[in-house]
Design a protein around this ligand. Structure first.
Ligand SMILES: [Zn+2]
Length: 741
């Protein structure tokens, strides 16, 4: 019999185990062919942005407290830029006018970042030449006079130089060639705008607008941000292309790309009568390449406009400039690497940055996930929008990040740490999980609210959390702490036991364990719980926040089976396991002193027969645990708090199945029963005898002292005994509640 049971148990275990694997990888049941490998483009983007070691030096200067306080003495309002790249010797000639407002009284000198490779020819404003002191990448400009807080000023820097040599891939401004034709292109994020132009090179100070004039040879085309408002031929073999943007822009998004582009224009129709141009600049030799995926852009813009808000730069344009090296979301003019990044997921990703990164920009690089995590999640949102929810889950599955490290970047000393794949993939998972926690309707409302609240400005992780909490009316601190500042992910095991209940439905006993050994040791997460019925499934949720946790779900319909998080809304490992034996009653009923008590421990699983024993601790005096039933009962006059541990063992297989639980109970105050001096639940002559025995013969005190003070004189003495006898035998006045303390 025993053998047969064991074999059955093993068989059941094996069958269920195979089901459990199906649940773990449920999204793989429908094999989805995206036509590309999701996540590969972000891996490439991250690798390229993370490549520079040279930028580390620049950053260290930025983070010096004196540098930061110096650079924040003014707010930039406008950049007016003239650039003339010289391909013959890879030199950039520039003239940059900065309009700004003083942030403090008595400002007479300002700091601008500019790499030492750049040589300052002169600095001036309307009053004449200004003294410019350029050393170690820091350019100090003495203003023409003292400016007070709130006062506006401007100055112009004329400079030239060879950008510092780039490493591995690309850094700052790079002169290369394609098909024998020269090209110059930039990548400024995070610390490299200063490598080729003088600016307040921090993400948190956006200029309100910008003008960029690019002087190039005839036959060459220079692209930048905003609208091309003029293209003037100078008649000397050069022409000036003038780009203007009247939207706020941060320095790392201001761009320059020059080569022999050909262009074609597509349109995003945002109303029946209005459209916005999408201008694509491509290398002539790539113009007809069928692999270029730019045609997806209008559809992608409308997807994100529907999800979040209208394309944020609608009065100007969107566009792409094909480049040699990388993909980058330069505002209204995304750069795409022609080798492998003119692909759909990259185009969608860089476009999404125009909401998350360009409209709302991370305040500092510690919060880069607000750019890259969001941009990456938008790839999945795009495929969900056009193909359905199974594409969302399939996409997310491909970009699971299961390694250590925090999403919040504590060390921003190098691009490598800022632009690790964690910022992209796990950052995307943080948003995805948040959506799972608060639900679609709240999530997308909150995203719209976030876009509105921080439009054309900057935000921190705390700002985003605050919006999510305000809109959801939930305290989400646990979530942001564990997923932004904690590492790794939970590893769940779950098991369940279902039985019929009296209402024709099911009582489901669910047990969830977290078995990971990484920190945080305990993840707090709501877990979607799918209850399979004859008619389909009902989706509910449990909140899991302990290493081991029991749940009892009572339904009015019959439930056949259960699956936790089958769609993978959580970054986790998860497996079903056999439900062995669990004490499912987590708390005992509250007892009261001098009142009959009875409650039962409830056990599920195993063979169904259990033995109970008090393992440790102390129950109230007078209570008894019945070994065969788990019933705890008794009558106790003991006061205080009690903690005791009970073990339940399977009656048939005690060595295989057992569980322990520690209960804590506190004796509540008794109900008033004046006159019951001996607390035997009756008021009679025995109470008078008990009282006399206590007063005169050193007998035990009344268990509930004030019950014996029947005449209410705040003392227990012979008068109380006389009072009781008078009541019991002669119909005297009834006992009253005493006041003995
Ligand atoms: Zn990105």
């Amino acid at each position: 019999m025993l053998c047969r049971l064991l074999i059955l148990a093993i068989l059941a275990f094996m069958i269920n185990l195979s089901i459990s694997f199906a649940q773990v990888d449920s999204s793989s049941e429908t094999e989805i062919d995206f036509g590309f490998q999701p996540g590969q483009s972000t891996r490439m983007l991250a690798a390229m942005k993370a490549r520079s070691l040279a930028q580390q030096v620049e950053k260290e200067k930025l983070l010096l407290p004196e540098t930061k306080s110096e650079i924040d003495k003014y707010d930039v309002t406008y950049y007016d830029i003239i650039w003339r790249p010289d391909f013959s010797d890879s030199t950039i000639y520039g003239e940059v006018t900065i309009h700004a407002i003083s942030n403090e009284p008595d400002l007479d000198r300002v700091l601008v970042f500019l790499h030492e490779n750049m040589i300052v020819d002169t600095a001036y404003n309307a009053s004449g030449e200004l003294l410019a002191t350029h050393q170690s990448g820091l350019l100090f400009v003495d203003l023409d006079r003292v400016y007070q807080e709130g006062e506006r000023f401007d100055f112009t820097i004329v400079y030239e130089g060879h950008p510092p040599p780039y490493e591995l891939f690309f850094d700052g401004l790079m002169f290369t060639a394609h098909n024998g034709v020269p090209i110059v292109e930039n990548l400024s994020e995070p610390y490299s705008a200063r490598q080729w132009w003088p600016c307040k090179d921090v993400p948190w100070d956006k200029a309100d607008s910008s003008d960029v004039r690019i002087i190039v040879d005839t036959g060459m085309v220079g692209t930048s941000n905003g609208l091309l408002i003029s293209d003037i031929d100078h008649g000397d073999g050069t022409h000036t292309m003038h780009w203007r943007s009247r939207y706020p822009i941060t320095t790392y998004l201001i761009c320059l790309a020059v080569t022999n582009y050909v262009s074609y224009t597509d349109y995003y129709h945002y109303s029946p009568t209005d459209s916005m141009p999408i201008v694509n600049y491509v290398f002539p030799e790539w113009e007809d390449d069928p692999n270029l995926a730019m045609d997806v852009t209008p559809l992608a813009i409308s997807v994100f406009a529907d999800l979040f808000c209208e394309y944020p730069f609608i009065d100007e344009k969107y566009g792409h400039s094909m480049c040699n090296v990388h993909g980058m979301e330069h505002q209204t003019n995304t750069f795409l690497n022609h080798f492998y990044l003119c692909d759909e997921p990259t185009i969608v990703h860089e476009l999404a940055h125009h909401w998350w990164g360009n409209l709302v920009t991370c305040q500092t690089w510690e919060h880069i996930w607000l750019n890259e995590g969001f941009g990456t999640y938008c790839e999945a949102l795009f495929y969900e929008a056009i193909n359905g929810p199974q594409y969302l889950h399939a996409y997310m599955k491909e970009i699971r990040y299961l390694d250590g490290g925090t999403v919040y970047v504590y060390d921003i000393s190098a691009p490598m740490t800022i632009f690790s794949i964690r910022s992209y993939w796990k950052g995307a998972w943080v948003i995805h999980m948040l959506r799972g926690v608060v639900g679609d309707s709240i999530f997308f409302s909150a995203m719209q609210e976030y876009a509105t609240a921080y439009a054309y400005s900057n935000a921190t992780s705390d700002d985003f959390q605050q919006i999510m909490e305000d809109v959801s009316e939930q305290d989400l601190d646990y979530f942001f702490q564990e997923w932004l500042h904690g590492e790794y992910y939970p590893n769940y095991r779950y098991s369940y036991f279902i039985e019929d209940n009296l209402s024709g439905g099911s009582d489901i006993y669910l047990h969830v364990r977290q078995i990971h050994t990484t920190d945080p040791q305990v993840f707090s997460m709501p877990i979607k719980t799918h209850l399979k019925t004859d008619d389909g499934e009902v989706i509910t949720s449990i909140f899991n926040d302990q290493r081991e946790q029991n749940y009892i779900l009572n339904t009015e319909y019959r439930v056949n089976s259960l699956a936790l998080d089958p769609d993978s809304w959580i970054l986790r490992y998860l497996l079903w396991e056999e439900y062995d034996l669990h004490i499912v009653k987590d708390e005992l009923a509250s007892p009261h002193q001098a009142e009959w008590y009875s409650d039962s421990i409830i056990c599920k699983g195993g063979s169904g027969d259990y033995d109970y024993e008090l393992l440790s601790g102390k129950m109230p005096e007078g209570w008894i645990l019945e070994a065969a039933t788990g019933n705890i009962s008794g009558y106790s006059t003991e006061d205080g708090a009690f903690t005791f541990t009970i073990k339940a063992s399977d009656a048939l297989y005690p060595l295989y199945y057992s569980d322990t639980i520690t209960y804590a109970v506190t004796m509540g105050l008794p109900s008033p029963r004046p006159g019951d001096a001996n607390a035997d639940q009756e008021v009679n002559v025995g109470d008078a005898v008990y009282t006399i025995n206590y007063i005169f013969s050193g007998g035990p005190p009344p268990p509930i002292l004030n019950w014996a003070d029947v005449n209410g004189d705040c003392a227990i003495n012979v008068g109380d005994a006389v009072y009781l006898i008078n009541y019991v035998f002669k119909g005297g006045p009834a006992p009253q509640m005493g006041c003995v303390e």
